[in-house]
Design a protein around this ligand. Structure first.
Ligand SMILES: [Zn+2]
Ligand SMILES: [Zn+2]
Length: 443
């Protein structure tokens, strides 16, 4: 049975009935006035994602059966610290790197999901605006972050591809960025056209880096597949199969992805009106993500839509909360994940209540940095706590030195505008040459 925030499933109906559902089902923090403190858990999970450690940590033992807690000794915490846990061979981990909207906000980047498998593979589904910094916060070497699957070409689903492409290469991706995305009703509406032109838009950026950095990461390897494919395979490597089904959203073109590996099924819906393909092929997924748009009243009050516009966008162009619940009642996943709404203290209740009119199964109302560890008999939901002061993680391969002859020179006019800084800079050259045994000279 899925484990939801450590709350006994048997108590779920009671909790829903008594109005505690936001915490339990929405994975929001407990209300200290109504919730007893959760028992401290051992920090290191085992390979299967189960809480490990036969013997409790010292701090646990210290708390003892008497219920006394030391005022100075640490207690185990229940959050995910990136790169602090091994992933078991039969385990998947999903991290929300963007759960929001096309309208930017600090709290929620736009759609982006990192799926990590126990075989070492990692896949990024969507890379919406603002999500590249969430990915960076996880401190995963970029050579492992070379596979991106785009559900469609709205900027809230691929708007940070440029940041992942260029910034990822600078941060240690020493290979091309592989991108899969759907065709469109015309060639100009397809992924290949979009990314060919993105590459062209970056001409100045990429030309200026020639001869200065490891060149291997500055290539896009684009695979465009037929958006009309129904459960057709678009990726099959290393025991992982990814299929697509059409989605209904804005124009022809959007798709949903279905990942199968090691007996697990993960579904990422992208954006879509409820559709028959998702209802059929997402059935009984271990984890199913589907959009669940901002509640119509909030679209009017907070987004300043007209009632007509809010109904059209919030219920027809996207999936409303009640309809999300209906879809999940049909497919019955081990864990349903709702996204694509601004999750605030004054919006979450409405989303949850509307979903609960049509669905009573396991549910996560997602927010950025929510983490799901999925094994055959457990789904553990936590929040990641990340360090904001991150630098590029270690590269996994030796850097390839750039070829200075590849640099494109300034024109004489621009070059001749340089002030003479030789004396100012020489001590830095001397110090670096001495420390690293190099023989660099100023231009
Ligand atoms: Zn969209
Ligand atoms: Zn969207």
């Amino acid at each position: 049975m899925p484990r939801i925030e450590r709350f006994p499933l048997a108590l779920l109906p009671v909790a829903v009935f008594t109005g505690l559902s936001l915490f339990i089902l929405g994975c929001t923090p407990p209300n200290p006035e109504t919730e007893p403190p959760a028992p401290a858990e051992p920090q290191e999970p085992s390979a299967t994602g189960e809480a490990a450690a036969q013997e409790p940590p010292a701090a646990e033992a210290d708390s003892g059966a008497t219920g006394k807690y030391s005022p100075v000794k640490a207690r185990a915490r229940d959050f995910y610290a990136p790169n602090s846990e091994d992933l078991g061979p039969d385990e998947m981990r999903l991290i929300a790197c963007g759960t929001g909207m096309p309208t930017a906000r600090p709290k929620q980047a736009a759609s982006c999901w990192l799926l990590e498998l126990g075989n070492g593979d990692k896949f990024i589904f969507d890379v919406g605006t603002g999500s590249a910094e969430r990915i960076a916060a996880l401190q995963i070497p970029y050579n492992y972050l070379d596979k991106v699957f785009l559900s469609h070409l709205h900027t809230d689903h691929f708007g940070d591809l440029d940041a992942l492409f260029v910034g990822g290469a600078l941060s240690g991706r020493q290979k091309p960025l592989r991108v899969w995305g759907p065709s469109g009703a015309t060639p100009e509406r397809g992924t290949k056209y979009a990314l060919d032109h993105l590459r062209k838009a970056l001409t100045w950026d990429l030309d200026g880096r020639q001869g200065l950095t490891d060149p291997r990461g500055y290539h896009l390897d684009v695979t465009e597949f037929d958006y009309m494919g129904v459960n057709e395979i678009v990726y099959e490597e290393n025991g992982v199969t990814i299929r697509t089904i059409p989605a209904i959203h804005a124009l022809d073109g959007p798709v949903s992805f279905i990942v199968e590996w090691n007996g697990f099924k993960f579904v990422f819906g992208g954006d879509t009106y409820p559709n028959k393909w998702y209802a059929k092929y997402a059935k009984e997924a271990d984890l199913a993500i589907h959009e669940c748009f901002v509640a119509v009243p909030d679209m009017i009050e907070k987004f300043k839509f007209t009632p007509q516009g809010a109904l059209a966008v919030g219920t027809q162009f996207h999936t409303a909360s009640e309809a999300f619940g209906k879809v999940m009642s049909i497919i019955k996943p081990r864990m349903a994940v709702a996204y694509h709404f601004f999750k605030d203290f004054d919006t979450t209740a409405a989303i949850n209540d509307r979903i609960r009119t049509t669905y009573d199964g396991p549910l996560s109302l997602s927010i950025d940095y929510m983490v799901w560890n999925i094994t055959k008999d457990d789904i553990r939901v936590r929040m990641a706590i990340v360090d904001e002061d991150v630098w590029p993680p270690p590269a996994t391969d030796k850097p390839q030195l750039p070829d200075p002859s590849k640099r494109i020179p300034y024109s004489d006019m621009i070059s001749n505008g340089r002030l003479d800084m030789k004396k100012v800079l020489q001590p830095t050259y001397d110090a670096i040459n001495k420390q690293y045994g190099t023989h660099e000279t100023q231009e």
